[in-house]
Design a protein around this ligand. Structure first.
Ligand SMILES: [Zn+2]
Ligand SMILES: [Zn+2]
Ligand SMILES: [Zn+2]
Ligand SMILES: [Zn+2]
Length: 158
């Protein structure tokens, strides 16, 4: 008795294409993201504490995207239709975290939101990119915040 065995031809994986960081395209020193398994620069160690620099691909993805947040907070399902993520941020920040350049996949139908304006001078503040401060639930642009700070510092004590 000879058992018929189908000849298995192992599929050869083409490894011609080098893995690249999905954000900046570099091919050196890569790792895979914990949240979505994408190739990314293994550069977290480059980050200098308190420098607020955004030069680390892996840090940017884990800190400034819904994908990273969703994973860190251990939500279920996909971040794209996660109600906890959706309700966890102001719409503008939700859209920013879901569509900024640190994403591999962007939110397809980001919700609309009204622009945030400085309560003092009325300039539109882009919450993801501009500096601002919040006082009593109202947004102040960077310039007005600075002016206010100066006023406080120069105010004479009674
Ligand atoms: Zn990179
Ligand atoms: Zn991710
Ligand atoms: Zn989530
Ligand atoms: Zn202002």
């Amino acid at each position: 008795m000879s058992a018929k065995t189908k000849p298995r031809t192992p599929k050869k994986k083409k490894s011609e294409e080098k893995p690249r960081c999905g954000l900046c395209g570099k091919t050196k020193k890569l790792t895979k993201t914990e949240c979505c398994g994408q190739w990314i620069c293994d550069d977290e160690d480059k980050y200098v504490i308190f420098s607020y620099a955004r030069n680390s691909c892996s840090r940017n993805h884990s800190r400034f995207t819904l994908c990273g947040y969703h994973h860190t907070e251990e939500h279920e399902g996909s971040w794209k239709d996660c109600p906890i993520c959706r309700n966890g941020f102001e719409t503008e920040m939700y859209v920013y975290y879901g569509t900024n350049e640190y994403n591999f996949e962007k939110l397809e139908n980001p919700p609309a939101y009204l622009p945030t304006k400085c309560v003092k001078c009325g300039v539109i503040i882009s919450l993801g990119y501009d500096g601002y401060s919040i006082k009593g639930g109202e947004y102040w642009c960077e310039e007005c915040s600075n002016k206010e700070m100066e006023k406080l510092h120069t105010r004479k004590m009674p």
